[in-house]
Design a protein. Structure first.
Length: 59
């Protein structure tokens, strides 16, 4: 979900924090997956995410 300030994402599953901040599973089989996947994807998809947000919000 999105935080009250609209600037953060909140995962409501017990393993999400551990998975994001540590090398939770050393057996990632898909390239680009693993801890901090969003930072890896940001460089590739940020402009697409911005356009999708604008479209979704009607901006």
């Amino acid at each position: 979900s999105v935080g009250a300030n609209g600037k953060e994402l909140i995962w409501t599953v017990p393993y999400a924090r551990k998975h994001y901040y540590t090398d939770f599973s050393p057996n990632y089989t898909t390239p680009g997956t693993g801890p901090h996947w969003d930072q890896k994807a940001k460089g590739v998809f940020l402009s697409d995410w911005i356009e999708a947000f604008k479209k979704g919000t009607g901006l």
